[in-house]
Design a protein around this ligand. Structure first.
Ligand SMILES: C[S@@+](CC[C@H](N)C(=O)[O-])C[C@H]1O[C@@H](n2cnc3c(N)ncnc32)[C@H](O)[C@@H]1O
Length: 270
């Protein structure tokens, strides 16, 4: 476990440093899967991005918009798992207002530093970034109204532990609003074995039925998983080429990969 986690940390630490320098990023940690993100984004409609610093938008590494699912209300407490550069935390902070609170949890120092910079630029007073693991959330039982996350659950080997932790910190009646990569068809083992692809959000993706099974097992109800951004073979090829893994891609049957993965909305209730 440590080795995958360390790989992920190193990978996102590197991206955070790069984003800080170049002000450029995209979803899933690849260097181009969503194309360049300027002050607009392929994942968020303009009303979500209104008022955000460009640096926060450019640091977006998600795979859909979890806030669109969350139905946030003023005064609520939100926890974002794997908050990265903080885009979803800052968007949520506006919805919950001064009487609400938004925590961003991340394990990578460089990402936390980037998020703190973006928080300062946004002058967000109701935001707190904390260091820790989504598999061991440093918050009390039943302490938040909403748990959000964007393209992070796929990166952990301990998905059940992470989702159980999300359930633990949610108040009764609280909701989970996640964007994540899901697998829509079975994939070849070679892909699963590739740590490089794993870090890029693909190989750790859960099948929709498996996601549902784990969510139910840890106690969630009202589960809805909806694919929103389907990854075509061209997009998958882009991931591989961006990471210099084109040679791995070339060995695979690309038709097997076509439409196999999607960025999805995952909603559930405690
Ligand atoms: C793909 S990025 C997404 C960042 C952010 N959610 C966004 O949409 O821009 C994944 C983030 O999750 C963090 N992360 C990955 N695994 C984690 C874990 N087990 N515990 C805490 N943070 C984790 C990484 O450090 C990285 O910042």
């Amino acid at each position: 476990m440590a080795s995958i986690r360390e790989e992920v940390k190193k990978h996102y630490g590197g991206i955070a440093a790069k984003v800080s320098k170049e002000s450029k990023s995209c979803c899933c940690g690849s260097d181009g899967c969503c194309g360049d993100i300027g002050s607009d984004s392929p994942l968020y409609s303009p009303e979500y991005l209104a008022g955000l610093p460009d640096e926060a938008i450019k640091a977006s590494l998600g795979c859909a918009n979890p806030i669109a699912l969350a139905n946030l209300q003023r005064g609520e407490t939100v926890l974002d798992l794997g908050s990265g550069g903080g885009i979803d935390v800052l968007i949520s902070s506006r919805f919950v207002g001064e009487t609400g609170k938004v925590y961003g949890l991340d394990m990578t120092d460089e990402m936390l530093a980037l998020a703190e910079k973006n928080k300062k630029k946004h002058e967000a007073k109701n935001v707190e970034f904390i260091k820790g693991y989504i598999e061991d959330i440093p918050l009390g039982n039943e302490s938040v109204d909403v748990v959000t996350s964007n393209c992070v659950i796929n990166l952990t080997e301990n998905k059940e532990t992470a989702l159980r932790e999300a359930y633990r910190v949610l108040k009764k009646g609280g909701r989970l609003a996640i964007a994540d990569i899901v697998e829509l068809k079975a994939i070849p083992d070679e892909i699963r074995k590739s740590v490089g692809m794993w870090v890029g959000c693909i190989s750790g993706a859960l099948a929709v039925q498996e996601y549902e099974r784990i969510l139910k097992k840890v106690g969630f109800t009202g589960i809805e998983i909806t694919p929103v951004n389907i990854y075509t073979k061209e997009i998958i090829k882009g991931f591989a080429e961006d990471k210099n893994l084109g040679y791995i891609y070339a060995q695979l049957d690309e038709n097997l990969l076509d439409g196999t993965f999607a960025g999805a909305h995952v909603k559930a209730y405690r």
